[in-house]
Write a protein that binds this ligand. Structure first.
Ligand code: NAP
Length: 227
């Protein structure tokens, strides 16, 4: 299996290349000085992974779909209108696309727990903190969390040295607060979800937004009753 990694020299890209090679797949690396279209046409990859920037990710994803190349989108910063357009294009080309704002299992569990908790609270606040080099704000994970909740939630974003990616969802109720948190201590936490996505995307013929859609296709079960 040959995997084209766009953004292979970035912080996530370097970890991804290591992880993909470790499982025995071949890697084609494409950086900002390379011609992505030419790389797609000349190297015939089986799957593309995009770990670039908010400025590039929509065009890269469109290019992959138009060449019937399954793509795993790890880069964040896509607008919801982009996701809608890409979803229609993926369906038209019958090409698999996974947009995964967060590959880590802990982050996915934090979002899943938030879906359960929202049945009991109305006051919901998502607080995300990321490293200062992060280009998009609020984070893709915070936006995905908000989209997964049926009640409205406010988002607070902070950029701070020493942090990779942290998020807490706070719930306020009568005389109590409840929160679910995820803390990233190393980018290796994203690799199991990335490898899962690389294998899974080849079986899809449409766009899937959020790994939660694949792990928990029925969503979080609603409680039988609430008080
Ligand atoms: P980064 O270190 O800035 O890396 C981005 C890389 O993309 C750089 O190497 C850059 O190359 C390259 N690039 C820019 N334009 C390009 C182009 N046209 N073609 C090919 N490569 C291009 O950022 P990062 O921390 O690795 O994060 C990358 C993305 O992943 C961000 O959107 C981030 O939010 C996201 N992310 C996702 C997850 C997840 O779980 N899904 C987790 C962490 C981060 P130059 O340096 O030459 O410009």
């Amino acid at each position: 299996m040959k995997v084209l990694v766009a953004g292979y020299q970035g912080k996530m890209g370097k970890e991804a290349v290591k992880a993909i090679k470790n499982v025995g797949f071949e890697v084609v690396g494409v950086g900002s000085d390379d011609d992505l279209l030419n790389a797609i046409k000349s190297t015939h990859p089986d799957v593309m992974v995009d770990l670039t920037t908010p400025e590039q990710v929509a065009a890269h994803t469109r290019m992959a779909i138009e060449h019937n190349l399954p793509i795993v989108v790890g880069a964040t910063g896509l607008k919801s209108s982009d996701i809608d357009d890409l979803s229609a294009l993926a369906t038209h080309h019958k090409t698999g696309v996974i947009i995964a704002p967060n590959f880590s299992i802990g982050a996915l569990l934090m979002m899943h727990c938030a879906q359960i908790a929202e049945h009991f609270y109305d006051d919901i606040n998502i607080v995300e903190v990321h490293h200062p080099q992060k280009k998009d704000q609020p984070s893709g994970t915070a936006l995905r969390t908000a989209a997964m909740l049926s009640k409205s939630a406010t988002i607070q974003s902070r950029r701070q040295k020493g942090v990779i990616a942290d998020q807490t969802v706070y719930f306020g109720g009568e005389g109590e607060t409840f929160s679910v948190s995820h803390h990233t201590s190393d980018r290796t936490c994203f690799m199991a979800g990335l490898l899962f996505s690389i294998k899974k995307v080849m079986q899809l013929d449409c766009l899937v937004y959020g790994l939660d859609q694949l792990l928990f296709p029925n969503g979080a079960s609603a409680p039988v009753d609430v008080f």
